[in-house]
Design a protein around this ligand. Structure first.
Ligand code: PHE
Length: 358
């Protein structure tokens, strides 16, 4: 082998490998190139160093120098290429992984407060401010608490106003929250100021305005010198707090066995403001409450002396108020658990994962 052949082999390799290095797209491409150049078995440099033996001895130092230069050049080129590849790789990753803060988050369902509970809470807040306590009683009651103690004589036709669902014997589903009046007065002595939110049951055929289960809030105040004007003032204030200062109120005489005198309480129509519309049957008034002065027989039943104490009581249906406030046309919607209905009353139903601290 002569010098020219040796030199041209090296030059050709250099050209080939230069192109290969340029074309390298990955670390494994570079690794293949390293093997081709520096491999212990069949690497180009190793083979050429071996071939030096075929050259005339006086040319061998030049050949060694040439190969050493090639080796250094290869190492430099490969290292350069490697750095460039790492840089572009990083750039691409940065481009791909850059966080786009404008993208919407991953929403999840948080749920919302049921409209009945929203109205209940609003009403509780108003009475809590006035110093009332919030209490509750059982939904399964006895005939005594639901009727007897509330001055319904047995077989009195007033019971027909509250056709209930009997369980067995004395047990029934309460038709109103009024039995809790008795339970409270048995437990506490005057002064008493409570409201009683809760579920009640009636043996009614369901329709747009009747459901077999609904919610009431009972109110009871017993103290010395409680008068009818206290009842009126309390309810007028309550309705104005709930519906705004323009809300007017009127009392109509009525009958409940457990109050005397008794009244149905109307408020000026929410929808027409009292001018008359479909919702108020052109009367300008909506019936919202039953109320009255606690009957002396009821006070006697719980050993409170009606000569010393007097009181007032009232009861309202939450569904009815919620239907007026939210213009809901059918009471059955409250019970169906249809999310499309319920989510219309959400305050903030949707939240985003970022809110969750885990
Ligand atoms: N309990 C009565 C009803 O369910 C309402 C009421 C409560 C009336 C308290 C007077 C006093 O209709």
């Amino acid at each position: 082998m002569d010098w020219r052949e040796f030199e041209s082999t090296i030059a050709r390799f250099r050209e080939d490998i230069r192109r290969a290095i340029q074309d390298a797209r990955s670390e494994s491409d570079l690794q293949d190139i390293r093997v081709r150049c520096f491999g212990r078995q069949r690497g180009f440099l190793r083979e050429q160093f071996k071939r030096m033996a075929d050259l005339p001895p006086d040319l061998r130092p030049r050949a060694g120098q040439l190969l050493n230069e090639l080796k250094e050049w290869l190492e430099r080129e490969i290292a350069d290429r490697q750095r460039r590849l790492q840089e572009t790789h990083l750039e691409e990753r940065l481009k791909q992984e850059r966080i786009d803060w404008t993208l919407p988050g991953t929403p999840y369902w948080r749920g919302a407060v049921h409209p009945i509970q929203q109205v209940r809470q609003a009403i509780e807040d108003i009475f809590l401010e006035m110093g009332y306590a919030v209490v509750s009683g059982p939904e399964i009651e006895t005939d005594y608490y639901n009727f007897g103690a509330l001055n319904f004589p047995p077989d009195h036709p007033a019971r027909d106003m509250w056709d209930t669902l009997y369980i067995h014997g004395e047990w029934l589903l309460r038709t109103h929250t009024s039995p809790v009046q008795i339970r409270v007065m048995q437990r506490y002595r005057p002064p008493i100021r409570v409201i009683v939110p809760g579920k009640v049951y009636r043996h009614d055929e369901p329709d747009a305005t009747h459901a077999p289960v609904f919610h009431q809030i009972e109110g009871l105040v017993v103290d010395r010198g409680i008068r009818f004007s206290d009842l009126r003032g309390t309810l007028a204030y309550f309705l104005q707090r709930l519906f705004g200062p323009a809300c007017k109120m009127r009392f109509r005489p009525s009958y409940f066995p457990f109050t005397e005198p008794s009244a149905e309480v109307d408020m000026s129509c929410l929808l027409c403001g009292g001018r008359g519309c479909g919702a108020c049957k052109q009367s300008g008034w909506l019936e919202v409450l039953g109320a009255g002065m606690v009957h002396p027989n009821v006070l006697r039943e719980v050993r409170i002396d009606p000569e010393v104490y007097s009181g007032f009581a009232f009861g309202l249906g939450i569904e009815r108020l919620a239907m007026l406030m939210f213009r809901i046309p059918d009471i059955r919607l409250f019970l169906q658990g249809d999310v499309r209905f319920l989510e219309q009353f959400r305050v903030d139903t949707w939240a985003f994962r970022d809110d969750v601290t885990s």
